[in-house]
Design a protein around this ligand. Structure first.
Ligand code: IPE
Ligand code: MG
Length: 252
């Protein structure tokens, strides 16, 4: 399959009134691929392919929207309960993405990390991941993290198992251990978006979403556009993030 290369876009005029200082971590549960395909009489794998194209568009637009870290949920560890052919199709799309996009990521300053287990993947995919991560390691414009065979609970459990070796016990040092387990950082999420109409976290970034804002949309992931991402960011801008303190209006 031919894939269009990533072309990172400059901010469009409409974005200029968005705060430019920000460097947000946006995480997306990209749900609804299967329903998108089924409603068109297509196999579910066609929905995942369409979803991969949406991911490309969102990744291209992200830096211009003030997003510094973007985490996409490509495959949950729970998805192994699906028919093997569907899981294989998703892993194959990831492999294609790595082969076709790594050089563009390097050119555009995108650092790519895969977070999640690797031991259940084909060795060729593991190698492609290692190659892409090494090639893009110096990217600073966008940290693109793809969660693949990922379970937040499992990652936290593994970090907890290692944590006893750490001498300075603190939430920050736990985050560092979690970051090691994930091999792709564990920074706090500012905004979590879930497409597809469900309103749940599905074992995604449980630790990192402690103070995240949530935006849920009924759109299926293949239909999600850059305009929709901007709308979610505007909604985020209108939220008052107190992190447990009093709202400004009351605190004075
Ligand atoms: C989300 O789409 C993408 C992945 C889980 C990889 P789904 O495959 O869950 O789509 P629906 O929810 O069945 O429509
Ligand atoms: Mg789903």
């Amino acid at each position: 399959m031919q894939m269009s290369p990533i072309v990172l876009r400059q901010p469009t005029p409409i974005l200029q009134d968005l705060p430019t200082r920000r460097s947000l971590h946006v995480a997306i549960i990209s749900d609804g691929n299967g329903r998108w395909a089924t409603s068109r009489g297509l196999p579910r794998s066609a929905g995942h392919r369409a979803g991969a194209q949406t991911a490309r568009r969102i990744i291209s637009a992200a830096p211009g929207l003030g997003i510094r870290t973007l985490t996409l949920f490509a495959l949950s560890s729970a998805n192994w309960k699906r028919p093997p052919a569907e899981v294989t199709a998703i892993l194959r799309l990831l492999h294609e993405y790595l082969l076709t996009e790594t050089s563009n990521c390097v050119a555009e300053g995108v650092r790519l990390s895969i977070i999640g287990r690797r031991d259940r993947m084909p060795a060729t995919l593991r190698d492609a991941i290692a190659d892409s991560e090494a090639a893009t390691a110096n990217g600073t414009r966008l940290h693109l993290r793809m969660a693949v065979d990922y379970s937040a609970r499992e990652a936290i459990f593994h970090a907890a198992c290692r944590f006893y070796k750490v001498t300075k016990l603190s939430p920050d040092s736990f985050s560092d251990v979690l970051s090691e387990v994930l091999r792709g950082g564990s920074t706090d999420v500012d905004l979590l978006i879930r497409t597809g109409g469900e309103q749940r976290l599905s074992d995604f970034l449980l630790w990192e979403c402690a103070f995240a804002e949530f935006v849920f949309t009924s759109q299926r992931w293949p239909d999600f556009t850059v305009d929709d991402l901007q709308a979610a960011l505007r909604e985020f801008d209108n939220r008052e993030r107190t992190r447990g303190a009093l709202p400004d209006a009351i605190a004075g």
